[in-house]
Write a new protein. Sequence first.
Length: 600
Amino acid sequence: MATPGAAGFAALLQQMVEDGWISGNEERTEVSFASLAPAWEGGGNEDASLLLAEGFTPSGPMLRSLLALSSTPLQNEERNGGEGGFELVNRHDGWGQLNLSALIDFEAIDSGLAAGLASPANDVWIHDAYRLSNGTPQTWLEQRQGGAEALENLMAHPWNGSGAVGPFLQTGDVWVQRFTLSENQEFNARMGHLASPEPTAVNDMQLVVRLSDGRIALGGIVDSQGESVLHYASADLDNETSFPPSNETTHGVRLSAETLDQVEWVEVEVRARFVAPGNIVGGVGLDGTHSGFALAIKGVERDSTDWEDGDGDGIVNIADLCPNQNATDWDLDFDGCLDESDGDGITDNLDLCPAESALNFDLNSDGCIDDSDGDGVLDSIDECQTLVLNEIWPVDDVGCRPVDSRPVVVIDDVPNEGFVWTGDLTVEWSVSDADGDAYRTGVEVFVLDNRTQGGGYVIASCDAASNASASFECRWSAEQDLPVWDIESAWIRLDLHVQSTNNSPEADTSRIVVQTDQLFRAEYSSGFDDGVAEGEPQQQRDSVPASRALFWGFLGVIGACLIAYRMGSENLRQSPPSKVDSPFVVEAKTGDSVQVGENE
């Protein structure tokens, strides 16, 4: 193909690569077709756009691969020096005659432009290891060029491939890329690499295509119809007897659409079976240990990301159920998603308890069953809300403390309605506590205040305590316990109360008060009343409380004097205190009526 026509064709291919018409799967930009069309173009697509890649200057191996992919065989009578045949390449014709339509589907471009947007060569994919990431080959050479001759300078400043996309392979290295096939289309791949000058041995680079069904095609091995021979997956590609090395630096594989029926994908491999070793370890090119390559493939979906790994978790996109989630180290089933082993909705990478399902019991979303009340019992089995934590009163295995039964007070005997208290006032009542807790109980004699609604005051009381069910009695004497002021016109009520002394945080220690429905009155009686006969006028009877008040006042003065005298005499001598009996009787009809405590 070393002719002016081939050179012009190569220049056209180079421009199409540099302008982004031919590329790999990469970002593309809409470019107005009108800005690209020459003046002599017929028009009609002024508003249409082309999707073009960034573009780059292709290397020699890249151009050779594209030239080989853009060729079609000569007519059979002219092919192979007139001998005909269907070989993919022969020593007379090489890869055949150049035909840009074999590479670019111009009808598809025209249809796309008519619709407003066209993406040229979307079934062609290329890769050039020598593609520079930044800059052009000219600037790259200028940076390496010194005062010496070009060749000597390049040898004096070896290159390790930095600044290029790579990869650069050494002996034993393999590069692999998987592709989705275009529907009902033939598959063709061409791979080119650089030849080393004499006397360096030719690099042995293999082009291998693996099908999803396990079969393998190897570049340079075709059948009588020019289609690549398929081998079993077990074929030893390093066996030089079965697969002898070749001096060719451009390799090709061709598979018909019929052969690819039912094939889901193909993997293209470039195998560096042998790269001539040089003196510069890691160097590329002359006297180096690595070599680059270029690939041009037709018959695949260029823009497919099916076999890429967009999230970097090692699972290709087509098999990745979570293509935007990197599940590295947390994906035992290899579905591309973060595992959620215990089914509580928290992925394992965030689950502090990955073997424990905290579903419905995990308000802080840490994957562990909460202990909301902090009592040491997980919410999933906690039947009680612990409001107060107390080590002395621990909860049981379901998070509860024993239920505290409130004591119950029962009135056994109180004065009847209308009773007049002139002598003794006796009250009997019983208290029961189902769980045997200690309690305090008692009675208050409550005088109702006629001037206020529900108001009044206590004139006498008694108290008792027990830790078992018991009966109690209190007795007061009108002579000793009635107040000095007149209460004969007021009604009196009895208030019985009980209060648990259980110290548990769950105990109900509120005071229970039972008020009697029967109301009664009190009537004063003293020695000052002897002169008042029954049936005398009311004004004479009204003088009795006044006389009683005078009597009690007189006694109070005498008592105060006695107390003062007694306190003074205490300074002169010590005498044992005398015991004063209680003015009322408290009886518990069970033996243990004064013991205070609780029984949980």
